[in-house]
Design a protein around this ligand. Structure first.
Ligand code: 13P
Length: 341
């Protein structure tokens, strides 16, 4: 394990208020996003869309890394044919790769999932390294409901996350460890707090058991938040305070950065939450930043609408969201910034 390289990469991801663009939707997920804008999901259209994000001028001021799907890491810009990984590296943006193969039903545990993808992972990681990837992502999905999550679900997912992370570090790739407690349901913020605390406790226990070097990883968690259908929605300040309180309890200070997922929050609210956490007076042991998918992309995707002539508008929208989140990573975002598109 090259400890120095891993630490440098992990720190580069969260340096100077920068964060991650999660553009690693699987072919099926990006197909669903495209169908919402009435666009057919062909390989060329996917390359056009991802290419418009990656070639946005100045995005590197706020984006330190991009998570891609296997197909995207092998694709090139449509004009000029430059490999996306090379294009990003030339801008000082680290290429990343989603390496799990999806969350599948956990046997004997109705309503719960376990993420797969460990078989052959060492060889895949070696190839991804050759293709330019310097960090990876594995997402575990935890659902809150009646009697769930079970200990079996939490432990199975944490075990897989830790084995994935150890394999990444062996290959010189920084693991993004993503245990996502879903926002789906009607539960209140307190329940999310409890389940997130337990999930992260078990995840860090497993990471320790598997010998994962915490200084060379990034955590990508959910925020502590009210469920989407909860009748009482916590305020921005309550979410920020609960999230920081929960993480101070269970996330070791050796972890250099926490890059949140947006998980169904609107893009504005995701930015406000990050900003509120970074505006809190107390110094925090880790950098708090973003690894947003939908919250960084929705405005750009809608502005593009599948039409090449809309690329400049889409890039403007993407740059603006990246800029707002970059400011939020310093606690310097304000609602006025929304009018400065
Ligand atoms: P969202 O920010 O849209 O939740 O996506 C982040 C991600 O990478 C989920 O795995």
């Amino acid at each position: 394990m090259d400890r120095t390289q891993l630490i440098e990469t992990a720190q580069a991801i969260v340096t100077n208020g920068k964060g991650i663009l999660a553009a690693d939707e699987s072919t099926s997920t990006i197909g669903k996003r495209f169908s919402l804008i009435g666009t057919e999901s062909s390989e060329d259209k996917r390359a056009e869309y991802r290419g418009l994000l990656f070639t946005t001028e100045g995005m590197e001021e706020f984006i330190s890394g991009v998570i891609m799907f296997d197909e995207t890491l092998r694709q090139s810009t449509l004009n000029g044919g430059k490999l996306f990984s090379k294009l990003l590296l030339d801008k000082g943006v680290l290429p990343g790769i989603k390496v799990d193969t999806g969350a599948k039903p956990l046997a004997g545990h109705e309503g719960e999932k376990v993420t797969e993808g460990l078989d052959g992972l060492r060889e895949r990681l070696e190839e991804y390294y050759e293709l330019g990837a310097r960090f990876a992502k594995w997402r575990a999905v935890i659902t809150i409901g009646d009697g769930i999550p079970t200990r079996a679900c939490l432990e199975s997912n944490a075990h897989a996350l830790a084995r994935y992370a150890a394999l990444c570090q062996e290959t010189g790739i920084v693991p993004i460890v993503e245990p996502e407690v879903l926002m789906d349901g009607k539960h209140a913020l307190d329940r999310c707090f409890e389940e997130t605390e337990e999930t992260l406790t078990i995840v860090f226990h497993e990471l320790f058991k598997q010998g994962v070097m915490l200084e060379g990883m990034i955590l990508k968690p959910n925020m502590v938040i009210s469920a989407l259908d909860c009748s009482e929605q916590a305020s921005v300040e309550e979410v920020a305070e609960a999230t920081v309180e929960c993480f101070l309890r269970v996330v070791p200070s050796a972890v250099p950065g926490i890059c949140f997922l947006s998980g169904g929050q609107s893009d504005l609210v995701a930015t406000q939450h990050l900003n509120a956490m970074n505006s809190m007076k107390d110094a925090l042991p880790w950098k708090l930043s973003f690894s947003y998918g939908r919250a960084l992309q929705t405005a750009a995707l809608n502005a593009w609408g599948g039409k090449s002539e809309n690329i400049p508008e889409a890039q403007k929208a993407f740059y603006h969201r990246a800029q707002c989140n970059g400011a939020a990573a310093f606690g310097q975002y304000s609602n006025e910034m929304e009018n400065q598109v």
